[in-house]
Design a protein around this ligand. Sequence first.
Ligand SMILES: [Zn+2]
Length: 139
Amino acid sequence: MKLKIKSSDIRKIDAHALETYPHECVGLLIGTSEKGVFEVREVVRAQNTLNSPVAFEADPQFVYNVYKEAENRGLQLIGIYHSHPNLHAYVSARDAEFMKFWGHLVWLILGLSQEKIIERKAFMMRDGKIQDVELEPVE
Ligand SMILES: [Zn+2]
């Protein structure tokens, strides 16, 4: 599985994560998917309603609206991104719980310090197992 994402969109997500530090940021990835290849067309910021350094939640109505609006344009909600301030980009126990519901989405996770993004990784849940998704930056 692969996530194609423009470097300009990666920069948007990086900026969001750094602005939100020391809290987690959360946002949505809109695009297309075909045979395990996900392509980001648009990055949409959401609010972390928990304002927490170790957890995030997005308003379900907001997520639904973004999902519907994407569908109206022939696109899909393909992923969620969030950040891990002062931690690595890994699937936490809490993330894994949510992935049981949202596992058909790509989970893009950023590990960062106050100054910079340390790592970016993407995951999906397939058959109850967490799998790596290869990140492919495109121009
Ligand atoms: Zn997390």
